[in-house]
Design a binder for this molecule. Structure first.
Ligand code: FAD
Ligand code: MLT
Ligand code: ZN
Length: 479
């Protein structure tokens, strides 16, 4: 018997009955969705590579409703798939079989914002971009930004511990999230929604849920520390630069860190193959001359004269030292946005190139491009495109390989090669996307077995029946 996407056999959870539906309709009138056409989009992931067969989509509005749902599902032994904006890239956000989909989309209220401390408290279903817009009107920004901002939700961001484009400057959610409210598998509400910068009263429980991918509890509210918006207008400056070699790109990174210091907010890269896909599939023209590598640099500070002086000095030095061969600067918001899309829309361009095998690898920064070069050589002409892009500043490579259609022989050539290569450098096989369904069994390449076993113990303690996001994150041998 085959199971979808390499998942284990369906575990012996109950099946949803008419009586269950009657209960859900009673507590969520009009928000218990069973029309197959409406449930369909929640069954399929953003990449359209994983598809579940759930027949029920629940759309609670309050923590109390989430608690009622989970208490009921726990007693009935019904499996539940928490879902935010469904932009996850590892098959974690959609059911594998008939798990009930619990969507946070209607939990989209901002609860409080403290203008002095910059601490925002909101429900988990707030869309990241809406939070950014709300904060910008109040001279603050969100400490994270990603290409999926128009759809992803803060609860999903926390559940995946999303990294993104600003991590270099503002750090990870493990630092900026100050508190969480979580509904546990049996319906108990864990109120750790603190709004304090400092709190050393024992174990920091919220950290367990950051990056837990819906397997330990449903995050219902988040409190997060937000940085001030860079003060003046034109406070963002942007550079797109071209380099001949990855070594020169790294030298530019060194120079940039030294000369731009505290105003540097992003240092990203893409290779010429990404640029080709942007041109071909999205008709985005290359704004500079063709180069093997492109660097995306953003600065944000509070004094435009001082910031642009710093940027000019940096550029002068980078050109004089011949690290970069061409480049363009943007100061206006519209041009900055247009240039940012050269980096942010690579993911979308790839979906038009064919079936995409995605790898999200952490490595010592000086090794990150070697993996792309080695993979190209290893695959020869078996792949359609092999591209590299990512967050240089964080040592995070996105290696993506496409083929005209799903190709098991190609996959067998990529894996475990890519994981063995990563493990040989003590890298991580998932830097920021999580493990979800697709990567769960490769966890041992990056985590010792004692640590994985402890994860299993924690899961068993918080969710003894395993109803929350089954088949995800934990390897099959722990289920
Ligand atoms: P979903 O996709 O709905 O869910 C993701 C996981 O979290 C699932 O396991 C789900 O069960 C769980 N989950 C969701 N909500 C909750 C909740 N309230 N409680 C408990 N569990 C929950 N990621 C990065 O790290 N950096 C990037 O730069 C980045 N860029 C992206 C760009 C694009 C174009 C796309 C499509 C994705 C990108 N991602 C990136 C992937 C990414 O993980 C996210 O987009 C985001 O963090 C997921 O949020 P979501 O609301 O869509 O969650
Ligand atoms: C990115 O950095 O663009 C995202 O993580 C999405 C991706 O890996 O494609
Ligand atoms: Zn990324």
């Amino acid at each position: 018997k085959s199971s979808p996407a390499g998942a284990p056999e369906r575990l012996p959870f109950s099946k949803v009955t008419d009586e269950d539906l009657a209960y859900f309709r009673k507590i969520l009138p009009g928000r218990t969705i069973t029309d197959p056409d409406l449930v369909e989009s929640s069954n399929v992931d953003w990449l359209k590579t994983v598809k579940g067969s759930s027949e029920v989509l629940l759309r609670p509005q309050t923590t109390e409703e989430v608690s009622q749902i989970l208490r009921y599902c726990y007693n009935r032994n019904l499996a539940v798939n928490p879902q935010g904006g469904n932009t996850g890239l590892v098959g974690g956000s959609v059911p594998v079989y008939d798990e009930i989909i619990l969507s946070t989309s209607l939990m989209n209220n901002i609860l409080t914002f403290d203008n002095i401390s910059g601490i925002l408290t909101c429900q988990a279903g707030c869309v990241l971009e809406n939070l950014s817009l709300y904060l910008e009107e109040r001279d603050y920004i969100m400490p994270l930004d990603l290409g999926a901002k128009g759809s992803c939700q803060i609860g999903g961001n926390v559940a995946t511990n999303a990294g993104g484009l600003r991590l270099l400057r503002y750090g990870s959610l493990h630092g900026t999230v100050l508190g969480l409210e979580v509904v546990l598998a049996d319906g108990r509400v864990l109120d750790c929604l603190a709004t304090l910068r400092k709190d050393n009263t024992g174990y920091d429980l919220k950290q367990l849920f950051i990056g837990s991918e819906g397997t330990l509890g449903v995050i219902t509210a988040v409190s997060i520390l937000c940085p001030r918006k860079p003060k003046s207008t034109n406070s963002y400056l942007f550079l797109l630069l071209g380099c001949e070699t990855f070594e020169e790109l790294l030298k530019t990174f060194q120079l940039c860190r030294g000369m731009l210091g505290e105003i540097l907010s992003a240092f990203e890269f893409l290779d010429s193959e990404c640029m080709r896909l942007l041109n071909t599939h999205l008709k985005l023209p290359n704004p500079i001359s063709d180069c093997p590598f492109y660097i995306v640099i953003e600065t944000s500070g509070s004094d435009p004269d001082h910031d642009s002086q710093k940027l000019d000095n940096f550029l002068e030095e980078a050109i004089a030292s011949t690290f970069v061969t061409d480049g363009t600067v943007a100061t206006e918001e519209s041009k900055i946005k247009a240039l940012w899309s050269m980096r942010e829309r690579v993911t979308e361009a790839l979906t038009h190139d064919g079936f995409t095998y995605k790898y999200d690898i952490s490595l010592p920064v000086e090794r990150i491009y070697q993996l792309v070069t080695d993979m190209r050589q290893h695959l020869g002409d078996r792949a359609k495109s092999v591209v590299g892009y990512g967050h240089v500043g964080d040592g995070n490579l996105h290696l993506n390989i496409t083929s005209p259609a799903k190709d098991p022989a190609l996959l067998a050539a990529i894996e475990p090669f890519v994981y063995e290569w990563t493990a040989s450098c003590q890298g991580s096989i998932s830097a920021e996307h999580g493990l979800g369904l697709k990567k769960r069994n490769y966890i041992y390449y990056s985590k010792p077995s004692q640590a994985v076993a402890l994860m299993g113990n924690i899961k068993a303690m918080l969710d003894p029946k395993g109803i929350l996001n089954p088949y995800k994150t934990l390897p099959d041998n722990l289920k």
